[in-house]
Design a protein around this ligand. Structure first.
Ligand SMILES: Nc1ncnc2c1ncn2[C@@H]1O[C@H](COP(=O)(O)OP(=O)(O)OP(=O)(O)O)[C@@H](O)[C@H]1O
Length: 217
């Protein structure tokens, strides 16, 4: 489904990824871990660009429309699939059938009480869960998510990751929380200074692998 062969990615003269070879099959649940600046976001974006038509992307900074409600932001996940008439109707006067699709999705992520509140009035964690709900509503073949639980409180982070893993066929995400990556992903790719240090099933990642990844420069 995704393939990179000795890929190098740079921003101007700043090299972000070096000699990356990678193959990801449909249905995999993959987590990128590694220190800040290791190249996780760059790798997510590089892979996303291979199939933007059938993937969704949860951005680190959510990329929501703050003036619109959580409901409307989630609806935007399918804006390109509906007619102009349906989109205008839902913007002004949400249709019952659309509410029946979106409200349970928000409810599942603990957001039902905020469904029709402006996103600008929601907390960071609530905004992040709204961005996840939008990606779920899109229902594409692949979900990319960049630090999708960074603002969610620790009690909810597991629940949110569980929902993500159940809702999509293929999931590729970056996580700072190593323990969550090991619990919810099947395959862990450790990145450091733009290179892959290990690529292993979660069950085979050991403390020495992690020490190698997070050792001081
Ligand atoms: N737009 C940009 N312009 C220049 N350099 C960039 C840009 N985006 C990222 N970089 C550099 O590329 C490298 C990898 O960045 P990237 O954001 O992919 O890392 P990351 O592992 O996702 O970091 P974090 O965990 O902090 O989000 C870093 O050295 C970073 O400074």
């Amino acid at each position: 489904m995704f393939e990179l062969h000795r890929a190098n990615i740079a921003y101007g003269d700043q090299v972000a990824l070096r000699n990356i070879s990678l193959h990801i099959e449909a249905g995999e649940r993959v987590a990128f871990i590694g220190p800040s600046g290791a190249g996780k976001t760059t790798l997510l974006k590089t892979l996303y660009e291979q199939r933007p038509h059938d993937a969704s992307f949860v951005h680190q900074h959510y990329a929501l429309v703050p003036q619109l409600s959580a409901f409307h932001n989630v609806y935007m996940g399918r804006l390109d699939r509906y007619s102009v008439w349906k989109n205008l109707h839902n913007l002004v006067w949400p249709r019952r059938d659309t509410k029946a699709e979106i409200v349970p999705l928000l409810d599942d992520l603990g957001l039902a009480p905020f469904a029709f509140k402006r996103v600008a009035a929601l907390s960071g964690g609530q905004q992040q869960r709204t961005a996840i709900a939008r990606a779920m509503y899109r229902a594409s073949r692949v979900m990319f998510a960049d630090e999708p639980v960074s603002s969610v409180d620790p009690h909810q982070a597991g629940m949110v990751l569980e929902r993500i893993m159940k809702s999509q066929q293929t999931v590729i995400l970056s996580l700072h929380a190593v323990e969550l990556a090991l619990e919810y992903a099947q395959r862990i790719i450790g990145l450091r200074l733009g290179s892959i240090v290990f690529d292993l099933p979660a069950s085979q990642v050991s403390p020495s692998h992690l020490a190698q990844l997070y050792q001081p420069c």
